[in-house]
Design a protein around this ligand. Sequence first.
Ligand code: NAI
Length: 256
Amino acid sequence: GRTIAVSGSASGIGKTLAELLRKQGDEVVGVDLRDAEVCADLSTAEGRMQAVAEVLERSGGALDGAVACAGVTGPTPLTVQVNYFGAVALLDGLRPALAEAEAPRAAVVGSISGTQPVDDAVLRACLEGDEPAALAAADRVLAAKQGNRLYPSSKSALAQWLRRVSVTPEWAGAGIPLNAVAPGVVRTPMSAPLFEDEKMFKIMNEAVPMPLNGYADAIVIAEALAWLVSPANSHMAGQVIYVDGGAEATLRGPSV
Ligand code: NAI
């Protein structure tokens, strides 16, 4: 079987993906704060280094797949640390081991919120790889009471990073397809508070219209991620696939 690293494997989409991959015979090296093969904090530089080192140790030099699924939501700079810098550091760190595998695949989890208003300074600092500047910008966003732009900024930056690097010699040139799934609203522990709060639920319904089947379960996203890291996906690079019940098409309209 293949060996696949999955961050965020202790809950929600990552947990469901890990279960799905194991069921189909893959070995999963889960990375999470707790309840994982590799317990590490992807919000810090040390935690990211530790995560990469321990995954490499367990995969024995060659790694067949990597999925950066760990994430946090909310109006907090932590979104930038985990969702952007944590995901990028994990994939960058695992890339040399992916390049050693026969049919390597990598994926990240974006979000429909990447289509919402972002903070340009946070976005720019992320793409420049300057975490202190990104966090300073995030603090200014919070001070300006625009904290709800931080999560969209982190996911938008991740999608733009992916578009840029996926076609370089390091990824496409090394035979590693790198793509993203961008979910709409999925029923997981992360989104549970939105369903419990009547006001939040109403705001969410308006912000993320999903004409196709409404709210998804985690397995729907896990299935798409499992395909992205399977050998069957051999010719796609740099794509952000919206698995969102039609939300992106509804919000952005027909132009592509
Ligand atoms: P979840 O909260 O159920 O699971 C996220 C996992 O990431 C948790 O196990 C958590 O411990 C882990 N994690 C958080 N911070 C970490 C850190 N510093 N280091 C290591 N692990 C850490 O959330 P869910 O819903 O499964 O989300 C998974 C991904 O999907 C996230 O990237 C999220 O932004 C994205 N997403 C979720 C949507 C939803 O409606 N649930 C919608 C769109 C995107």
